[in-house]
Design a protein around this ligand. Sequence first.
Ligand SMILES: [Zn+2]
Length: 146
Amino acid sequence: MSNQSTDCIFCNIVAKKLTAHVVYEDNEILAFLDIRPINPGHTLVIPKAHVASLSELDSMLAGRQFQVAGRIAAALRKSGLKCEGINVWLADGKAAFQEIPHIHIHVIPRFVGDGIRIKAGPDYGQTPPTNELEDQAKKIRKAMDE
Ligand SMILES: [Zn+2]
């Protein structure tokens, strides 16, 4: 595949220059175990082409990537690994904790008592005034048309 980055860890896994524990592979998508799993079975689903961010991801490829993530989620529930629920996580940008600049979906097995928490900011729990919400929605709608 031509559109890959030689200094990208995930592109090197796609090119078989680095080894990975592959869970699924087709012409466009590769899925493999995260080597620093949150829970056993934690899988990463990537497009084989080097795409750095969600906004650069072709919508058909995004659909394929999410479809594979769903199949892996279903498989994890049947796999015998401890899995009572699933979190699907996509970090887009450094501020959102994206560590590898090649877009990837985390499929994370979850179970009661696994100790994982998602901590919200200090203002979480407050519903903003209607006019603020409408102003935010207006800004996003406008940007979507651009
Ligand atoms: Zn890459």
